[in-house]
Structures are given as C-alpha cells and as structure tokens.
Design a protein around this ligand. Structure first.
Ligand SMILES: [Fe+2]
Ligand SMILES: [Fe+2]
Length: 242
C-alpha cells in the first residue's frame, strides 16, 4: 500500500502490560477508512505482535518509544506473512539488536528464514514462551482466516488473544478498548471483501481458541474487544459454517 500520509499513531494500554498501537487510515486513502494495530507486551522480554507496514515503521517505532526503549524489544512476532503483519520486520531487527522473529514453523520455513535478516525462533503448535510476568502460547490456525502459516498468540496472564485478522472491521477510528458488538460489523466486512480462505475445519480451530477462554480479543483492525471471547469465537464458527 502506498501509504505515506502523516499519521496519527497512538498507543494505549488495553490489558495489564499490553499496549495497542493504532494507526488510522483515512477514507481519502482507503474507501471507508481502515486501521492497522500492533500490540506491545512490555515485560522482561518485550514482544511486539505485528510490525505494521514497512512505510509505517517510523510511526510505530516512535509510539513504542513513548512506553519503553525500542532497543529492548526481544521478540518480533506475527500471525502470518503479509506486509501489515511483518513488513517492517528487518527495520525492527535493526533497531533492537537482541530481537528475533517469533512465528510458527511453517512461516519460518516458507518465508521468514529467507526474508529476515536474522533466523526466526519457530514455534510448534501449543508451544509456550515466557516473557517474564506474561506467557504466550502459539496456536496454529492454518488458513484461518487466511495463509497456510497463520497462527495466533494467547497471552495467558491477562487472557488476551492476539487474534490478528479475525473480526476485522472497516473504519479508521476505533476506541482502544470496546465492549460493543463487533461481530456484525466484522461480518459485514468479511462478506464484502471475502478475505477469509474457504478452508474446512474452522470450528475445530475456533473451538481450540475458545478453550483458552480469552477475555480480550486484541484485533489488528478495530478496537481491542473485551468480553466473553469464547462465546464470540463460537458465534463466528456458526457464521462461517452458515
Ligand atoms: Fe492478513
Ligand atoms: Fe492484517
């Protein structure tokens, strides 16, 4: 995306030690407007989930710097291999000398260990990584919502599911945290853009995410949603199978 307009990137704490970095894309750039979020877990081994587009790097970096020194980053993690998920990977690896990509095994094998300036720590399905106070668990979700290498991180202390492109909502401006219904607007977006793969087995994968009992669904495009995450994940399964 040729997005180089002045941005209004903000950073807000949405769960204990977890920050949402949000950049609105105005309707003049994308019809209806859009948003790109990254999540920063501040801990002994700080983790960034999604880097944002390469061209947004200075904005995301500066937002992180308002909370902690960027060079402290230890893990640069992402759900799957796309520009908004990891386009600024090498920029962050350069900015934080101790940092390493953290992704699923398929992502490491297919893309990351070629494109990245440093090799990834590749996680198996269900693998845990302790960051200090927080612990994340990698969950493989191949092709859900898209990309063979797709997966998510569940942060177990705050019960925050870093749910990437699930429940993507259009619009540029969303509050950092919301408890309002987001199933209907995200379903409208899905039906209009058809950005999901048409893979089978979504109920099994969504049930597994639901079993983690998240109370925050940290979306990449929209607010961080708070509520009974398991119920919403199963409602999504119903829609996808409907
Ligand atoms: Fe994506
Ligand atoms: Fe995305």
């Amino acid at each position: 995306m040729a997005y180089s307009a002045e941005t209004d990137t903000r950073i807000d704490e949405v769960a204990d030690g977890i920050y949402r970095i949000a950049t609105p894309v105005p309707p003049s750039v994308v019809p209806g407007g859009f948003s790109f979020n990254q999540y920063l877990i501040v801990d002994d081994e700080p983790l960034l989930f999604h880097t944002g587009l390469r061209r947004l790097f200075p904005h995301v970096r500066d937002a992180i710097a308002r909370v902690m020194p960027v060079e402290r980053l230890r893990w640069i993690s992402f759900s799957h291999f796309e520009a908004d998920e990891c386009g600024a990977l090498n920029e962050f690896l350069a900015a934080a000398p101790q940092s390493v990509p953290l992704c699923g095994k398929i992502a490491a094998m297919v893309s990351v260990n070629d494109v990245s300036d440093r090799p990834a720590r590749a996680l198996g399905d269900g693998e845990l990584v302790s960051l200090g106070r927080h612990t994340v668990r990698w969950l493989d979700t191949p092709h859900l919502p898209h990309a063979w290498e797709c997966g998510f991180l569940m942060e177990r202390t705050t019960r925050t599911l870093l749910c990437g492109d699930l429940f993507t909502e259009g619009g540029a401006d969303h509050p950092p945290v919301s408890t309002a219904d987001m199933l209907e607007p995200s379903e409208q977006f899905r039906l209009a853009l058809d950005y999901y793969s048409h893979t089978k087995g979504v109920r099994k994968m969504l049930s597994r995410l639901a079993m983690e009992a998240p109370t925050t669904l940290a979306r990449m495009h929209g607010s961080a949603w708070q509520g009974e995450g398991a119920k919403l994940l199963m409602a999504l399964a119903d829609r996808l199978e409907g």
